[in-house]
Design a protein around this ligand. Structure first.
Ligand code: HEM
Length: 548
């Protein structure tokens, strides 16, 4: 019995041991499989590097540890241009990063930027298309359209019609009216000793200007605009990591749909109203509203819809896309520039005084400064340039490579994303003396013989150390409008007002506490993170100047 028991026990033990062995083997083979799976991306990556190097295709240096699946995403901070700037100090002016499965290169020196945006212009004439971009631009915008027939048609139309000199001139009274309304608000708040959210009001103003130029009426699109520029600058892992392609881990889908719905409802209403007016042309918008000295963009685009002879057919979706394009591209950027310039002057009272002296000298003390006066104000123009140097509203110009090309002995393969770090180039000590100081005077130096010709540098895409509007064919078509509006608006504000700046608790910043926060908010554009809240103070001759 005992023997039998021992025998069956021995048998059981043997069976258990075999079972254990089988399990250990299974675990071993699972482990090997796991290891193979995990190391596959690394092996693939090393193989690709090896293959490229064997073929003599050297990629720009990598910006640190690249992990399987996510690439360099783990190294990115919230403000991409800051992260890229610190990488460039370590890895040089051209380096590569990988966002998930998407290869990118980052250029941080004017010399390299010129080779990419000018010498190899045709290879970098397209842009990235993320899920947010596709949905919110109806896949038909100008800013994100691939370089081709449609892009050429719309760019020409925009440059000749909406943003051409005739149109900008024709809408000048409209900008003057919006500026005057803004100054009126500041006056009322000053007299009531009440604060103004300058950030919000500047956005309202630029939104009204662009909206009236486009649609003939001021549409309240500020919220959508800020939402769109923010989401365009954020990383949606579904766009970059192929295994997450179908997942929406960060909740982007809902945000995109909310923005889309808000904008689509708004723009549908405006287009339908205009179509109705065009069907019953008596009275026409032109006769109804004195603001219509020049036809607005919506009218021009609706004419294009009816033009069946045109090679490029324009439909309602294109119109919506273009309205989205211009509102988002034009509103935030111009408001941000004006606010940064104002903040820099508040931080530098001596420069503020010098700017006011120039204004007084050119326009006297009896009228408010106008756009045409600003051409005669070199110091004001220098302030605007210096603002663009230190605070470019679009800190990274981004493009997509559509054909392999080589730069500085490196190869940039097709489908690589390019980021030109405009923010970093404005701070490059090889190109700028004391680059972190706000010194507009640098742009008044035109002593070519003595070596300093910084004064000759302009913002029109030919001087690669200063590229706030980008460069080449895809450069910003709104540059002329922006360069009229921003200096004149800034000049009018400082001509008429001083400001008590408030902190986040609503307390006035004084003396040593007068430190204005210059932290930026993440996104496609780089506005200040905190809204600028101030109590305006009327300057002594305000009554005379404004007549309020
Ligand atoms: C201070 C104001 C502005 C700044 C700093 C600015 C900056 C820029 C930059 C950096 C680009 C990319 C250029 C490139 O890739 O080389 C761009 C493109 C664009 N901007 Fe502006 N912009 C401003 C105002 C405006 C305004 C007022 C409008 C129109 C009302 C506008 C419409 C556009 C459009 C449509 C594009 C896309 C052009 C294309 O892809 O062909 N921008 N802007």
């Amino acid at each position: 019995m005992c023997d039998m028991h021992i025998g069956s026990f021995g048998l059981k033990r043997k069976v258990n041991e075999r079972e254990k062995e089988r399990k250990v083997k299974e675990m071993d083979s699972n482990g090997v499989l796991m290891c193979l799976l995990l190391s596959a991306p690394i092996i693939y990556f090393l193989y690709r590097q090896w293959k490229r190097e064997r073929e003599g295709q050297l990629l720009p240096p990598s910006a640190g540890l690249e992990l399987p699946v996510i690439g360099h995403m783990h190294l990115m901070g919230p403000l991409l241009h800051h992260t890229f700037h610190s990488f460039s100090l370590k890895h040089g002016p051209l380096f590569s990063v990988r966002f998930g499965s998407v290869p990118c290169v980052v250029a941080s020196s004017p010399h390299i930027a010129k080779q990419l945006l000018q010498t190899n212009e045709l290879a970098f004439n397209c842009r990235i298309e993320t899920t947010a971009v596709k949905r919110l631009t109806y896949e038909a915008s100008l800013a994100f359209a691939p370089y081709g027939e449609y892009w050429r048609f719309i760019k020409k139309l925009s440059m000749n019609q909406l943003l051409g000199s005739r149109s900008i001139q024709g809408f000048q009274h409209l900008r003057a009216k919006e500026t005057r309304d803004f100054l009126g608000l500041l006056t009322r708040q000053a007299r009531a000793h009440q604060p103004v959210n300058v950030t919000e009001e500047l956005l309202k103003l630029t939104n009204n200007v662009i909206s009236r130029m486009m649609l003939g009426e001021a549409e309240e699109a500020r919220e959508v605009v800020r939402g769109v520029t923010q989401i365009f600058g954020e990383f949606n892992v579904s766009d970059f990591i192929w295994i997450f392609k179908k997942l929406d881990l960060q909740g982007f889908g809902k945000r995109i749909e909310d923005l889309f719905l808000k904008f689509d409802t708004l723009v549908e209403r405006v287009i339908s109203k205009r179509e109705e007016m065009r069907r019953n042309p008596n009275p026409t918008p032109q006769t109804l509203n004195k603001d219509y000295q020049v036809r607005d963009f919506l009218d021009i685009l609706l004419d294009c819809v009816q033009d069946h002879t045109s090679d490029v057919k324009i439909n309602r979706v294109h119109i919506k896309a273009l309205i989205m394009d211009f509102l988002t591209a034009g509103t935030d950027t111009t408001a941000i520039s004006t606010e940064w310039a104002l903040v820099e002057l508040m931080k530098n009272p001596l420069l503020l005084e010098k700017a006011r002296e120039e204004i007084d000298k050119v326009v006297g003390k009896k009228k408010v400064v106008e756009e045409c006066d600003c051409q005669n104000m070199p110091f004001l123009q220098a302030i605007v340039k210096e603002t663009f140097r230190l605070h470019p509203p679009v800190p990274l110009v981004s493009r997509r490579c559509v054909a392999d090309c080589s730069v500085e002995n490196y190869v940039i393969p097709e489908n690589t994303l390019l980021f030109v770090n405009v923010w970093s180039m404005g701070r490059n000590p090889n190109y700028w003396d004391n680059p972190l100081e706000f010194r507009p005077e640098r742009f008044l130096n035109i002593n070519i013989g003595e070596g300093d010709s910084t004064g000759l540098i302009d913002v029109r895409g030919q001087h690669f150390q200063l590229l706030p509007f980008g460069s080449g064919r895809r450069m910003c078509p709104g540059i002329n409008l922006a360069m009229q509006l921003v200096p004149a608006l800034l000049a009018a504000i400082i001509q008429c007002f001083d400001f008590h700046v408030l902190d986040s608790n609503g307390e006035v910043l004084k003396g040593n506490n007068l430190v204005i926060d210059v932290t930026e908010r993440p996104g496609l554009t780089a506005p200040r993170a905190q809204d600028l809240r101030c109590i305006p103070i009327e300057r002594s001759n305000n009554n005379q100047i404004l007549g309020f």
